[in-house]
Design a protein around this ligand. Structure first.
Ligand code: PEP
Length: 253
């Protein structure tokens, strides 16, 4: 049984103080949500105070990226160990904005996944096709390439610690969400690809999220699909009341 997992990716939004206020409100609103795992991914400067605010509760902390080296002359980068020290359990890797705005390659994504696992961080690995790739019928080719590259260094016993987020790039921040059926088709393809890379049993243990314009109004349609176990949420995670409603709706409460 895979536990539903909802992640909030704040991107480059919220000061530390605004972030602490948001998570305090969210925690009070949600109370003890034991049937869904909630992960908040704020910008780096907010990680430490939010980590303190969330300590001992059941909302988890994640970062939006990391660098694969442990320390040294890498101006502007943040190491896996630093994220752990802030209280992070998860880290988003290979988000489409990293890939397409900052030119991150499949090889870099793979190094980040390995570095996260080595530090005991759970990767939320993002994959997904551009609009032109979807229109050219290349969705599966792109997603398979991204998965095979990112998972090249991941051992069978580690794969269930990852969350895979299927995020079609054309659906992110556009209000143009994928249909639940199309998202399910790709999520099923991801699970089949994992079964090929590892085995069927291991693939069944991996949680797959859909991300791309998920809102309180549509989240339940994705979660109702057989291979979709959660959502990665950008815009709708920036207001506590909206995100709390989305989380409640995801489990039908
Ligand atoms: C995201 O940033 O991962 C995302 C899915 O954004 P939005 O929900 O705003 O489309």
């Amino acid at each position: 049984m895979r536990k539903p997992v909802i992640g909030g990716n704040w991107k480059m939004n919220k000061t530390p103080q605004e972030g602490v206020e948001l998570v305090a409100e969210l925690r009070d609103d949600l109370g003890d949500m034991a049937d869904v795992e909630v992960i908040i991914c704020p910008p780096y400067p907010a990680l430490l105070p939010i980590g303190s605010e969330l300590a001992g509760g059941n909302i988890k902390l994640g970062a939006q990226d990391l660098y694969w080296e442990k320390e040294g002359a890498f101006t502007g980068q943040v190491s896996p160990g630093m994220l752990r020290a802030c209280g992070c359990q998860y880290v988003i890797i290979g988000h489409s904005e990293r890939r397409h705005v900052f030119g991150e390659t499949d090889a870099q994504v793979a190094k980040k996944v390995r570095a996260a696992l080595d530090e005991g961080l759970k990767p939320i690995l993002c994959v997904g096709e551009l609009l032109a790739e979807r229109e050219a019928g290349e969705t599966e080719i792109v997603v398979k390439r991204q998965l095979e590259a990112a998972l090249a260094g991941v051992r069978g016993e580690e794969i269930s610690t990852l969350v895979i987020a299927y995020e079609p790039v054309w659906a992110i921040g556009t209000g143009r969400a994928s249909t639940a059926e199309d998202a399910q088709d790709v999520a099923h393809f991801i699970r089949r690809t994992l079964a090929g890379l590892y085995d069927r049993e291991k693939s069944e243990a991996v949680r797959i999220q859909y991300g791309g314009s998920v809102k309180p109004e549509n989240v339940k349609f994705y979660l109702a699909e057989a291979d979709i176990d959660g959502a990665l949420v950008g815009g709708a995670s920036l207001k506590a009341a909206v995100f709390a409603q989305l989380i409640r709706n995801s489990t039908g409460r």
